[in-house]
Design a protein around this ligand. Structure first.
Ligand SMILES: Nc1ncnc2c1ncn2[C@@H]1O[C@H](COP(=O)(O)OP(=O)(O)OP(=O)(O)O)[C@@H](O)[C@H]1O
Ligand SMILES: [Mg+2]
Length: 270
């Protein structure tokens, strides 16, 4: 097959390969599209935790985005970890230059192991400016709490926080419920005219490293190929759910999920 669309990924590298840029590329590829990348930071990590974060200079980040995207124009952009105010400023400048409508923001703040990946100034500008410039924002529960100031303990709190994010200028919101202590997993989609609660089976496993990155990349891929944003969320959630279910159980900590769950190898490569 030929790639169905082109996605620019702006995110941090995860040396363990399960989250961040690596998860994004695997997702976009496994779902049949072409991935371009701009690296915000290099993280040294494995499934047991993040050892350190080495930032790429904001100017070099912008150069990666513009130089690649001016040559191969992306149909959509997925944004992941942006660790500082200056990085976000450069991303805002780049978005303005590129003028691409389909932009999905995963506002990564805390790694699964608990490491903080973003500073206070960055959170402020993300909330004040970046949220308004993207088409969909996909916070998990701790991120939605930081962005809205609402403590989230149940589905009703998630809905309240989603409305608050619309008030802050978000166009479409998907609050991910992986962190909620609930029997089924719940993800809440909301925009000014539409609302949907996605309910999926919760798999009992510690191997959920990179679920958030994978979900936002899957949504971006489906959206770039012409699905509407709610349908893209629905399909993205199904892809992640199946990836968790079939996880390969690698590593000694929170292991990766199975990005290949959507793929079948052609006979000639067997
Ligand atoms: N144990 C699980 N079983 C099934 N689905 C899950 C499970 N955990 C998370 N999910 C789903 O995975 C997707 C990502 O949600 P999650 O809340 O884990 O994001 P995240 O915290 O941003 O992930 P990450 O730690 O990778 O940043 C959501 O659709 C959520 O419902
Ligand atoms: Mg996340």
């Amino acid at each position: 097959m030929k790639p169905k669309s082109k996605i620019l990924i702006i995110a941090g590298s995860d040396s363990s390969g399960g989250a961040g840029l690596q998860a994004d590329i695997k997702t976009v590829t496994s779902l049949g599209s072409y991935a371009l990348t701009a690296i915000t930071a290099v993280t040294i990590q494995n499934t047991t935790g993040v050892k350190s974060v080495i930032p790429i200079s904001p100017v070099d980040l912008k150069n990666q985005i513009i130089y690649s995207a001016k040559d191969i124009r992306p149909d959509a952009i997925k944004i992941g970890m942006l660790h500082s105010k200056n990085v976000i400023k450069k991303v805002l400048e780049s978005l303005k230059i590129l003028n691409i409508k389909k932009v999905i923001l995963d506002p990564v703040m805390i790694a699964k192991g608990g490491a903080k990946l973003i500073d206070e100034d960055a959170i402020r500008i993300l909330k004040k400016e970046l949220i308004k410039k993207v088409y969909l924002i996909t916070p998990n529960i701790p991120e939605a709490e930081v962005l809205t100031g609402i403590k989230i303990n149940n589905k009703e709190d998630m809905i309240l926080a989603a409305y608050e994010l619309l008030n802050c200028g978000a166009k479409n919101v998907l609050i991910k419920g992986g962190h909620l202590k609930s029997k089924k997993v719940i993800d809440i989609f909301l925009n000014k005219t539409d609302f949907k609660i996605f309910v999926s089976p919760r798999h009992k496993t510690r191997n959920t490293h990179g679920t958030g990155c994978t979900l936002s990349s899957a949504i971006t891929t489906f959206f770039s190929c012409g699905k509407n944003i709610k349908k893209a969320c629905d399909l993205g959630i199904k892809y992640v759910n199946s990836a968790i279910l079939t996880n390969p159980n690698y590593g000694k900590g929170n292991g990766p999920i199975n990005h290949l769950n959507s793929m079948k190898l052609n006979k000639i490569f067997k």
